[in-house]
Design a protein around this ligand. Structure first.
Ligand SMILES: [Zn+2]
Length: 119
């Protein structure tokens, strides 16, 4: 904590006190004095609010980059999921079509064979 030196109004001796202390006792003449501050604590909290606001404003571009990055990330992930689902559905459809085709070919061949036996 910061220590500020001031002169005693009574004897001129040094008054040592820490910032925030409400009163101070002179070590030379033993008199007590109330400490008055130029800026009170409400002023300090106003300054703190201003500092927080300034920090918030300065963080805004970083936050924007963060959101853009995650937006791109989620779009990529969503696209990858959609592409893989579409690919899975397509390959299943193709597989079913091939199964149907080979079943049809089998039936055709069987029919041809049966017809050739008839002769
Ligand atoms: Zn004094």
């Amino acid at each position: 904590m910061k220590i500020i030196e001031k002169k005693c109004p009574n004897c001129g001796g040094n008054l040592d006190f820490k910032v925030g202390e409400r009163d101070v006792k002179c070590e030379s003449c033993r008199r007590k004095f109330a400490v008055e501050y130029d800026a009170d604590l409400s002023d300090l909290s106003e300054k703190a609010k201003e500092a927080l606001k300034a920090a918030d404003v300065s963080l805004r571009p970083i936050r924007r980059v963060f959101f853009v990055f995650f937006g791109i990330f989620f779009v990529i992930v969503a696209t990858a999921i959609i592409i893989s689902v579409v690919a899975m559905v397509n390959s299943r459809n193709e597989f079913n079509k091939k199964v149907e085709q080979s079943q049809q070919e089998f039936e055709n061949t069987k029919q041809e064979m049966l017809e050739s036996i008839d002769y």
